[in-house]
Design a protein around this ligand. Structure first.
Ligand SMILES: Cc1cc2nc3c(=O)[nH]c(=O)nc-3n(C[C@H](O)[C@H](O)[C@H](O)COP(=O)(O)O)c2cc1C
Length: 372
């Protein structure tokens, strides 16, 4: 399929490329804490029924993306942030069977999942969902997590070189009907074959969230959606560079998406106070150990005061969307006008707040022309 054919195919068959102007989704529901490093009081439950209820609601709302976090180990601190988590392929498979239209994603740490297993699991979930599976390809950054598998964390850019090879094998298993050998720098594999092929052609939607030059290059070369982490709206303009690189260097389309904590209430004061509650209960120890694992010099962050540290506790560094329904919609209009393809949300209490979002924010998004 050439570029034009692929665009046409996806516009017709793949929910993430449907005619909605701003694609929407839910992120990080499968892990305790999600993307908020705090001990705040919440009615959120780490149960399958709760997970299913939220994603089924997102599906009924017409949202396009259910994206979990791939995590095997907690981040310590008083909350042991993310320490309680559902494994993502099994989560996506069951979610696919429980939904109608939303795309169900898994996340593969390339160094922890063999490409043959990843390709087979992905093809199976693509069949279960009738072409609604997507894969977040992650290089890994959490050395203690990798140690659980006795796998060492490679040097940063080397992780992406390994990821390139890993993905080459996966893509070929999705598309090549012959039996083939693969002789790479890292992977040397014999007699490779995989049937059935995925439903989606040429394979399930691929996403990556690399922000470094090596990560952006990997996204531009290999995946369909790159997730950026804007700390402010203007960052979107810079993050869009991935699309230019994909277009000019690799003759490919890549969409830009991002994630965000949403704290939406009837009044701005209520929203700010609910946001403040997250910070007041911040698990700063877990945040510092996570930043250290990510290789960020967290010593310069002052807990509870520094704006960057607040953003890290309330959304891993991404700008939180805090305000009334009208204010949230204005922020989303601005994101869309800047060229953002879509956004995945997380909430303090997903079920109650997604219900509120459905009632109060979705109608305004429709009025604004971002949804229909
Ligand atoms: C939306 C989003 C989802 C991510 N999901 C995961 C994940 O599930 N597991 C993980 O280990 N890292 C995850 N990451 C981290 C990225 O894969 C990546 O390691 C990080 O953004 C650093 O980028 P870099 O490798 O280019 O330095 C995610 C990041 C974002 C923004």
């Amino acid at each position: 399929m050439n570029r034009e054919q692929l665009r046409a195919y996806r516009a017709e068959h793949v929910p993430l490329f449907n005619s909605q102007k701003l694609k929407l989704g839910v992120f990080a529901l499968n892990c305790s804490g999600g993307s908020i490093i705090t001990n705040f009081p919440t009615d959120r439950q780490m149960t399958w029924d709760y997970n299913k209820s939220v994603i089924q609601l997102a599906d009924r709302m017409g949202m396009e993306v259910a994206l979990p976090i791939g995590r095997f180990k907690g981040q310590g601190g008083s909350s042991n942030h993310n320490g309680n988590s559902y494994e993502v392929y099994t989560w996506a498979a069951a979610m696919a069977a429980a939904t109608e239209n939303i795309m169900c994603f898994a996340t593969s740490h390339v160094a922890l999942t063999h490409p043959v297993i990843a390709a087979k699991q992905a093809a199976t979930i693509d069949h279960i969902s009738n072409g609604r599976f997507g894969l977040n390809v992650v290089m890994g950054w959490f050395a203690q997590e990798m140690a659980m598998f006795n796998v060492a964390l490679r040097e940063h850019d080397d992780r992406y070189r390994y990821g390139d090879e890993w993905l080459t094998v996966v893509k070929r298993l999705w598309s090549d009907d012959s039996v083939f050998d693969f002789e790479g720098e890292y992977l040397k594999l014999k007699g490779l074959e995989a049937q059935p092929k995925p439903i989606q052609r040429p394979g399930p939607i691929l996403v990556n969230a690399g922000t470094s030059p090596a990560g952006v290059d990997f996204s531009a070369r290999n995946v369909d959606v790159c997730f950026g982490s804007p700390a402010k709206p203007e960052d979107i303009d810079r993050l869009l560079a991935v699309r230019t690189i994909a277009d000019q260097k690799f003759n490919r389309d890549v969409a830009l998406m991002c994630s965000a904590l949403v704290v939406c209430r009837d009044t701005e004061a209520e929203a700010q106070s609910a946001y403040q509650e997250i910070l007041d209960n911040g698990d700063w120890d877990a945040a510092h150990s996570m930043l250290a694992a990510l290789g960020v010099q967290s010593g310069s962050f002052k807990e509870g005061h520094d704006e960057r540290m607040k953003r890290f506790v309330a959304g891993y560094g991404t700008r939180p969307l805090v305000g009334t329904p009208e204010q949230i919609v204005d922020m989303l209009i601005d994101y869309s006008n800047r060229g953002l393809h879509g956004i995945v949300f997380y909430f303090k209490d997903y079920l109650a707040e997604l219900t509120y979002f459905s009632e109060k924010v979705m109608p305004l998004l429709k009025q604004a022309g971002l949804r229909h």
